[in-house]
Design a binder for this molecule. Structure first.
Ligand SMILES: Cc1ncc(C[n+]2csc(CCOP(=O)(O)OP(=O)(O)O)c2C)c(N)n1
Ligand SMILES: CC(=O)[C@@H](O)[C@H](O)COP(=O)(O)O
Ligand SMILES: [Mg+2]
Length: 634
């Protein structure tokens, strides 16, 4: 039996000798590689924090001391050291551990939100709470160099710098990368810290030399030490953090357990906020990850253990977007592209390869991306901002007041919209079609397949007086679904003449809507299945169609509250259309992690249960029920 199985809590770490700790670190790496080769997951980030996490749990006393992980994708080691090894069998799957901290899983876990750059704000609040309550608990925040490029992190640092008696230790996990090398002035400043001679080592050398000089030596050293700021700037420019008034310790080798423990012990004794700058390597200890140029195995799918080759994924929606963006870029010299540190994941790498001067990586800074895009539009260009749908949440005000208020022609492409599943509650892109409903002038499109994505992207970049949004889900696009007719701007996908039921399938739900329609036809029920394409503003043809049918069934891969269906209902009401209406969407809840298909079935967005419910409604209506009984989803 190895050491890992014997670790039920971090306290067990303190019984181990240095040799046993080294063996444990090796076991953890082997376990992570083997597990992620089966399940996929954030292997690279977690291989980079093995010793760092062990050191934190040996020096601090979780859960009395709180350990907060920024983004949380690098918390697998933390989970292994807090007794959850068994849950990795089904990592990020139903019944297994989530890929992020989870309060339901353990009292050692604090922050579940996977949105980056929040850890320091949580930590600032926690540390202040313990100060106010008079509790001598420490708070340790682990934040990556990438997450440090997010604005919230600097809002927090600005406050932490004056919280002089906060027992807060910030561990900067500096591996030089987000997915790709971290960009911007911050990265340059971290590099200068990373590459400067070790300040302490040089200071020790000076101390030894001067103390050897009888009489004046020690006094001279004291004078020198008194101007250590000047020395530090000379030896190791500390401006980045020290100019904020923050105590800085480092850089330290984040893979040297003893060195990390020594520095953390020093930081722990310092009665105020302190930054520990740890240098680590993403993917450390597994060659295939370390040498993976694209992103050092940031979040691979299942892969071959021997070769490190990822199992082939096949074409996904992102690939369709990536290729179409190159075509758009060729015909439209004014189109530029912006990513928030996710060039490849959002499909802009091909555009960048063709048009590097028209491609901007702003770091993990979606708010800046949106307002910078407004500036680009004001400057006569048409920016395409590509982000995962859930991450646009934090740029809502920028979309509203910087883009829409000024009628800027900016196109937001939202990948991973709807239920994503694997990454848990904060990754589902279930918010955009609700929050964006309130943005005056903004136009929103939801393509049902690859061809419509190409069409709608082209239509979106042609709009130069309002923000536009094109959103699509995670995974492979369905086969193309050709329309049999178009009414106004609405595609008719299926109809059999009778007008019993109008099924509205938004975006990725159009394929499900056609499946439902075919089941209804087989039951002799009259049905029309439509895809609105542009869902905001609501197409008047959709209102007319609803008025011509006995029942409307609306399907969308977005939260039920305030989404497209809610808006359509409002339009029907305003138009005096009283057709009974069933709104099917994602329940307005935080959904636990599981595969997308599993979740869609669980929440009733599968064709079989939808069709069954419609047959019951039509029967009820046929029996003279004035309206269908409303079974509200939660
Ligand atoms: C607001 C937000 N934007 C984008 C992401 C996607 N994302 C997840 S991890 C990551 C890179 C994080 O880099 P870093 O903080 O350096 O951590 P590392 O992976 O290097 O350990 C990004 C961009 C996110 N989680 N949150
Ligand atoms: C932690 C984070 O936000 C990303 O790494 C995300 O987990 C990637 O998601 P995909 O695997 O869907 O690209
Ligand atoms: Mg990093």
């Amino acid at each position: 039996m190895g050491y890992l199985e014997s670790i039920a809590s971090p306290r067990d770490l303190r019984e181990l000798t240095p040799e046993q700790l080294a063996a444990l670190a090796s076991e953890i790496r082997d376990f992570l590689v083997r597990t992620c080769s089966r399940t996929g997951g954030h292997l690279g980030p977690n291989l980079g924090v093995v010793e760092l996490t062990m050191a934190i749990h040996r020096v601090f006393d979780s859960p009395t001391d709180r350990v907060v992980f920024d983004t949380g994708h690098q918390a697998y080691v933390h989970k292994l050291l807090t007794g959850r090894m068994a849950g990795f069998e089904k990592l990020r799957q139903e019944g297994g551990v989530s890929g992020y901290p989870s309060q339901a899983e353990s009292p050692h876990d604090v922050v579940e939100n996977s949105h980056a750059s929040t850890a320091l704000s949580y930590a600032d609040g926690l540390a202040k709470a313990y100060t106010v309550r008079g509790e001598g608990r420490h708070v340790v925040a682990v934040i990556g160099d990438g997450a440090l490029t997010g604005g919230m992190a600097w809002e927090a640092l600005n406050n932490i710098a004056i919280a002089k008696n906060s027992r807060l230790v910030i561990v900067v996990n500096d591996n030089g990368r987000s997915y790709t090398p971290t960009i911007g002035g911050l990265a340059t400043a971290l590099t200068s810290l990373r590459t400067s001679p070790r300040y302490e080592a040089v200071l020790e050398l000076i101390k030894k030399r001067l103390n050897a000089v009888r009489g004046i030596g020690p006094a001279t050293y004291d004078v020198l030490h008194a101007v250590k700021k000047g020395m530090k700037d000379a030896i190791a420019p500390q401006g980045l953090f020290e100019d904020l008034g923050l105590k800085y310790v480092g850089p330290v080798d984040g893979h040297d357990l003893a060195a990390m423990e020594q520095v953390l012990e020093k930081a722990k004794r310092f009665d105020g906020p302190v930054i520990v700058h740890a240098l680590t390597r993403k993917g450390f200890g597994y060659d295939a990850a370390e040498q993976h140029e694209a992103d050092q195995f940031h979040s691979p799918g299942p892969f071959d253990l021997e070769t490190g080759e990822e199992n082939p994924k096949g074409e996904i929606w992102t690939d369709v977007f990536a290729d179409e963006m190159v075509r758009v870029g060729r015909r439209r010299k004014d189109v530029v592209a912006i990513t928030a540190a996710m060039m490849h994941p959002v499909g802009l790498d091909r555009f960048e390869a063709h048009f590097p001067e028209r491609t901007f990586d702003v770091g993990i800074a979606e708010q800046h991306a949106a307002t910078s895009a407004a500036g680009l539009a004001m400057g006569g260009l048409h920016p395409v901002v590509a982000v995962y749908a859930t991450f646009l949440n934090r740029a809502f005000d920028q979309v509203l007041m910087d883009c829409a208020l000024h009628r800027c022609g900016v196109t937001f492409v939202l990948d991973r919209s709807g239920v994503t599943g694997d990454d848990g509650a904060s990754h589902n892109g279930m918010w955009d079609m609700s929050v964006l409903q309130v943005v005056p002038g903004l136009r929103l499109a939801a393509p049902r397949d690859a061809t419509r994505l190409r069409e709608l992207l082209g239509e979106a970049v042609d709009v130069d007086d309002a923000p536009t949004v094109v959103r699509f889900p995670k995974g492979p696009p369905p086969e193309d679904l050709e329309a049999v007719d178009r009414v106004g701007g609405v595609d008719v996908l299926l109809r059999n003449g009778a007008r019993d039921v109008l099924v509205v399938g938004v975006g990725s739900m159009a394929a499900t809507a056609v499946d439902v329609g075919e089941r209804l036809v087989a039951q002799g029920i009259g049905v029309t299945v439509v895809d609105p394409r542009w869902v905001k503003p609501v197409d008047p043809a959709l209102v007319d169609l609803a008025g011509d049918h006995d029942l409307v069934v609306h399907l969308e891969d977005n939260g039920r509250v305030g989404g497209v269906g809610a808006r359509l209902l409002q339009e029907l009401n305003d138009a005096g259309v009283t057709t009974p209406f069933r709104l099917h969407g994602i329940p307005q809840e935080f959904l636990d992690h599981a595969k997308r298909a599993v979740i869609l079935e669980r929440i009733g967005l599968d064709a079989q249960s939808l069709a069954r419910g419609i047959v019951e409604d039509v029967t009820a209506l046929g029996e003279g029920a004035a309206t269908v009984e409303v079974h509200r989803q939660p």
